[in-house]
Write a protein that binds this ligand. Structure first.
Ligand SMILES: Nc1ncnc2c1ncn2[C@@H]1O[C@H](COP(=O)(O)OP(=O)(O)OP(=O)(O)O)[C@@H](O)[C@H]1O
Ligand SMILES: [Mg+2]
Length: 279
């Protein structure tokens, strides 16, 4: 569904004529994302994750290389609206993404802009709100909702545009643990329903749900693989300034001490099972 080939992105950091300076935020990124997959992108602050995300819906263009989404090259300005409709974006702060003063009005904003006939809009809005389990709040003001609920409303606003892919750029960063849980649950469910999912996160536990992980460092792909492959490389992840899920770290240390673990245990449930067997 998404093919990035040798993508480079240079930000211009000095505008004066004759003295233009650039910062290379993406450096030769090539990757392939299959339809319906769940991808996580990890990397410490400033590694280039958001810059890459913004390339997927033509918000930024590659300085060199190319990105093709569903057969559309992102620089193809004739198809930019089709591209933007196809690739939804959800960001950190739900307050910046919600514009309506009533939940259902907010969700209707996207399809209205797309020119969806008004008799269909109510249906699309109901469907989107029920997908994020927020239909009971359709007539409420978004202001009084919790952070997790607001983020689910922001997701409904994206779903109402019927995207085939959603890029979540740290969607849980501003939420408390329960909000984080409900949003991650929503993301996983939408992926199971067929939406290609790209999750950028600083929470390693969230990346366990992914089929495939890319770790970005200074604009390059430093590591890639499934969660077991990535999180069993504890030293490498630490060298990249990243953590691994708690269970993975424990498994790694126990394995080093000679216990019979695979070192690929990722969740506490798996750990408990393995430890009970060891006893
Ligand atoms: N508009 C811009 N102009 C110049 N440099 C920029 C611009 N936007 C980002 N950068 C730089 O590009 C690099 C990558 O930034 P980006 O926002 O993609 O990182 P990130 O991985 O999303 O970080 P974070 O985890 O903090 O969100 C950083 O060094 C950042 O300072
Ligand atoms: Mg970012």
């Amino acid at each position: 569904m998404i093919t990035a080939k040798n993508v480079r992105h240079d930000y211009k950091i000095e505008q004066e004529e004759g003295n233009e300076k650039f910062f290379r935020a993406l450096d030769d990124i090539s990757l392939e994302i299959r339809k319906g997959s769940f991808i996580a992108i990890l990397g410490h602050n400033g590694s280039g994750k958001s810059t890459f995300a913004k390339h997927l819906n033509g918000f930024l263009f590659p300085t060199a290389g190319s990105i093709v989404v569903n057969g559309i090259e992102t620089t193809d300005t004739e198809h930019i609206w089709e591209l933007r409709k196809n690739v939804g974006m959800v960001f950190q702060n739900p307050d910046n993404q919600i514009i309506g003063s009533v939940v259902e009005e907010d969700t209707a904003f996207g399809p209205e802009n797309l020119g969806v006939p008004s008799e269909e809009i109510q249906f699309v809005v109901d469907e989107a709100l029920s997908s994020v389990r927020m239909q009971a709040y359709a007539k409420h003001s978004p202001n009084k909702l919790s952070g997790g609920q607001k983020q689910r409303i922001a997701i409904a606003g994206v779903l109402a545009m019927k995207p085939s892919c959603i890029v979540f750029d740290e969607p849980t960063a501003m939420l408390d643990p329960s909000g984080r849980k409900e949003v991650l649950k929503t993301i996983k469910r939408l992926n199971r329903e067929g939406i290609t999912t790209i999750l950028i996160t600083h929470y390693m536990e969230e990346a366990i749900a992914a089929d495939h992980i890319f770790v970005i460092e200074q604009g390059k792909i430093a590591l890639e693989g499934n969660p077991q492959q990535i999180f069993s490389q504890v030293e490498k992840m630490k060298a990249l300034g990243l953590d691994v899920p708690q269970a993975a770290e424990l498994a790694y240390r126990l394995k080093q001490d000679g216990y019979a673990l695979t070192g690929q245990e990722l969740t506490m449930e798996e750990m408990v099972e393995v430890l009970c067997r060891l006893r």
